[in-house]
Each structure stands twice: as structure tokens, then as C-alpha cells.
Write a protein that binds this ligand. Structure first.
Ligand SMILES: [Zn+2]
Ligand SMILES: [Zn+2]
Length: 177
């Protein structure tokens, strides 16, 4: 979503739109923290924005469905994501140094062009809303480190029958899946 600066007034405006976020699948593919998520093409965004002096204020929320891979059992699952966010854009300062200082210390972002591109800001919010460890459900028991069974479906066989040669073949089969 892009907004022309001269369209932003002091009285708040309320808009709804679909933000394209499928880019997240490419940009962050290599990073550990989001490798286990699959993003839809679009998320629904609702946004209120207004200007106060030279600063521009945004308050919004987004919602949609994201696919995750459970960090315990590795199963894919879908979960709803919804987040409220707000940020303030302030004019780009002349010195690049002060830009970094301000951004880190005050959490501010800047605008420099005649047009504000909200897409990177919204995608950043989407990443912030992701769970740190994706779990298909809170109680997911995952795999047994010993025999490799999915403990959600089967009881562990390594603890109950340690070293039973008749079980060895099952162990191999399960691990080979
Ligand atoms: Zn799971
Ligand atoms: Zn086991």
C-alpha cells in the first residue's frame, strides 16, 4: 500500500485494503526464525492515519491465516494471525547518523519521498506477530528422541522394551519414514 503525502490530512482517515505479503516467503526464506512459516498472498489490513505537524501517525490491525510447521512434530498446520500496531513516521533527517540513532532509540521510522510505501512497515509487523516456536497445539508431544515415534499417536517403545531385538525392526522402520 502506498499513500501520497499530500493526501494525508490532519483529520483521521480510515481505510481497509489487502496487503500483498507473499514477498515474505522469498525475503526471509533463509532466516531461521521464519523458515517454518508460509505466508498467504494477501493479508487484510485496516488502517487509520493522520498528520500532526510534520509527523504522520498510523494505527491499524491486520488479520489472516498463516501456515506454520510445528517445531515438535514437524506437521504443517494453519493458524490465524491478528495484530494491532501503530507507528509514527517523521521527516527524514539530513544526517544519516542521526537517522540510525533515532530509529534505534525511539522506534521511529522516516519518510523521505512524496509517497509513503507502507508495505515494508506492515510486513515488519507481520514478522513481529509470529510465534517464536510454532506449535500445532500447545500440548503437542512431538517425536521421541529414542525410538522416533510421533508421541501424539503412538506410545514410546524404546522406554518400555529396552533392547528387545524384536522391536529393533520397528525402530528402523519408524525412523526411516
Ligand atoms: Zn506438533
Ligand atoms: Zn521412544
Amino acid at each position: 500500500m502506498k499513500l501520497a503525502l499530500d493526501q494525508i490530512a490532519e483529520s483521521p482517515k480510515d481505510i481497509s485494503f489487502s496487503e500483498r505479503v507473499e514477498e515474505l516467503n522469498l525475503i526471509y526464506k533463509g532466516e531461521d526464525k521464519v523458515r517454518d512459516f508460509r505466508f498467504p498472498s494477501f493479508l487484510d489490513v485496516n488502517l487509520v492515519y493522520y498528520r500532526s505537524g510534520r509527523e504522520i501517525f498510523f494505527q491499524g490491525r491486520f488479520g489472516g491465516t498463516i501456515e506454520g510447521r510445528c517445531s515438535r512434530c514437524l506437521k504443517s498446520y494453519s493458524f490465524p494471525i491478528e495484530k494491532e500496531f501503530d507507528f509514527v513516521l517523521t521527516p527524514q533527517p539530513l544526517s544519516a547518523k542521526s537517522k540510525e540513532l533515532n530509529r534505534d532509540e525511539m522506534g521511529l521510522s522516516f519518510y523521505a519521498a512524496e509517497e509513503i510505501n507502507l508495505s515494508p512497515l506492515i510486513m515488519e509487523q507481520v514478522l513481529l506477530a509470529l510465534p517464536i516456536r510454532p506449535l500445532c497445539e500447545d500440548g503437542c508431544r512431538g517425536f521421541c528422541g529414542g525410538c522416533g515415534v510421533d508421541l501424539n499417536y503412538e506410545p514410546c517403545i524404546c522406554a518400555s522394551v529396552p533392547g528387545d531385538p524384536r522391536m529393533a525392526i520397528f525402530r528402523t522402520l519408524k525412523l526411516g519414514r
